[in-house]
Design a protein. Sequence first.
Length: 332
Amino acid sequence: MLPVDGMRIHGHPQLALLTLALSVTIPAATQKVESIPVPGTKAFPESITSTSDGALFVGRLGDGGIVRVDPRTAEGTVFVEPGAAGSRSILGVFADEASSTLWACSNDLSALGGPATGSDTGSALKGFDLKTGVGKRSVSLPSSHAFCNDITVDATGSVYITDSAHPTILKLSPGATRFEVFAQDSAFAPPQGGAGLDGIAFGSDGNLYVTTYTAGELVRVEVKDGRAGHVTTLSGTRRLKLPDALRAVGNNSFLLIEGSGSLDRVVIQGDAFAVTPIRGGFATPTSVARIGTTAWVSEGQLGFFFDASKKALSPSLPFRIYAVPLRKEDTK
């Protein structure tokens, strides 16, 4: 079975007025795919996840909906339609194959130019059928002005999400209809005017790890018997710059996206971590998914969506996801 980010043990934050017809070229069998376009002139891809059959799923913040990509043919098609099950802008996505569920964070960003389709007015976790894309779950976040950002799932099927607007990690147990607060700590708090909690993933030690976007921190939450324990802000070999998605790959090591432009490997060493750059030069990368020895990075260009000073400008089209070959040591 291929190593993927959507397994249970693993686991922002103008718009172009022109219309661009996206064409997808199917490469020859010997041609190496380096990038794949994401359909939609306002896609602003925010998250990416993978499954053991080699498929990728990309959440679209600007156009809404979720795109399914086949890296072998470079074909991308809309899998979950914009507005499906009341959804709005799609942020975090996570493929939970054990329950055949494609989990997705939905937030109403229509005031910023997000999709007008969808009936939700707040923030919710959506569950879509992983084979058909049909909506089957919708659970609203409990706090006012909440912001569902990223997702992971544990071995029991419980779903954990980061709320970027509040210093809380929320948990949805199997069969539950409401979230419970799994962990709450000042280390998660967003700075004034900034974004808080972002990436989330379980390490091989069984503990939960999260990133804080604006503050640039990597934080560990001890997990004992399914409950949150001590919260530790880890010290790194260098300061992280807008750390975003976090995907476990090996012996307490992770693939980490920095919104400043890079894909890194992070290795936990006690209460510290070491950062090794894998590839830089991305325009606001937002997430990463692994298929075998390839990491797929979504390039969000989110400044064109969130930054008012760039509203009159156009992002580089088409939006793309990029293939990054991994070294053997990157997957340990």
